[in-house]
Design a protein around this ligand. Structure first.
Ligand code: ADP
Ligand code: MG
Length: 255
């Protein structure tokens, strides 16, 4: 579903992503981890078509993404950047409705089908009781669910999330990740998300990509990537890997 080949991205001549190749099958939930500044957001933006690579290609659904129109991209892929803020004076429902914009002929209002999709996105993100609330009045966790619902209103096949849990309390972090995982499992949505919490990455994904210094250091199953030596190489911190007592997935405990 997502194929990245020999991708490099430079800012003013300095490489932020260097010769990265990766592939994410349809229906997979993948986590991208790595230290601050290693190029995770840059890679995600390149996949989302937000920045132009200096080298390499991104194909989505088997087609070189430079051949997609921006409308086609919006129908296939939804991207939530690391820092996202919306105009404050809209209600939750109005914001989610904005997600339908790429599909409306110019100047057309939402049709019945669009409203049904908005209802679905609101339900999936547990926002039924919040529809008429102004977005400014929401907690961080609720707001993050609104941004994701906005993206779901595009009915994408691919969802890219850049640090969706940063600034959320532990309960809101898990609620967000659980809702995304449920969608991934139930609808086959392909997910690629940048996460800082390695143990959450291990719990909520099938595949892990480890980046360091603009390069891909490793890719593979959660079991294969959650090793003390790889984590040491990527983050420079020692520790041990044990089984998470709740889920049995690998868990990293720093020394
Ligand atoms: P991460 O998301 O892993 O923290 P980023 O992809 O945001 O890393 O950044 C990778 C590198 O590219 C960093 O060194 C950062 O300073 C640099 N960088 C990111 N965005 C820009 C930009 N718009 N202009 C110049 N340099 C940038
Ligand atoms: Mg980032």
């Amino acid at each position: 579903m997502i194929e990245v080949q020999s991708l490099s991205v430079a800012y003013e001549g300095i490489l932020a992503v260097e010769n990265v190749s990766l592939s994410i099958p349809a229906g997979c939930s993948a986590a991208l981890i790595g230290p601050n500044g290693c190029g995770k957001s840059t890679l995600l933006k390149a996949v989302a078509h937000q920045i132009r690579p200096s080298q390499g290609t991104v194909s989505l659904d088997g087609k070189d993404s430079t051949r997609w129109s921006s409308r086609q991209i919006a129908q296939l892929l939804a991207y939530l950047p690391q820092q996202f803020s919306a105009p404050p004076d809209y209600t939750v429902r109005e914001l989610v409705e904005f997600g339908r914009t790429p599909f409306l002929p110019f100047g057309r209002r939402l049709q019945k089908r669009d409203r049904q999709i908005v209802d679905w996105a609101i339900r999936e993100m547990n926002l039924d009781g919040f529809q008429e609330r102004p977005a400014v009045s929401l907690s961080g966790g609720e707001r993050q669910r609104v941004w994701i619902a906005m993206r779901l209103a595009q009915q994408p096949k691919i969802l890219l999330l850049d640090e969706p849990t940063t600034y959320l309390d532990i309960a809101a972090q898990f609620e967000t990740l659980r809702l995304v995982r449920k969608l991934n499992r139930e609808t086959g949505l392909t997910v690629l998300m940048v996460l800082h919490d390695l143990n959450q990455a291990a719990r909520f994904s099938d595949l892990i990509f480890v980046m360091s210094g603009g390069r891909l250091l490793g890719e593979g199953s959660v079991r294969d990537m959650m090793t003390a030596s790889l984590i040491q190489r990527a983050f420079g911190i020692g520790g041990v890997v044990a089984d998470d007592p709740v889920t049995g997935t690998p868990m990293f405990i720093p020394e």
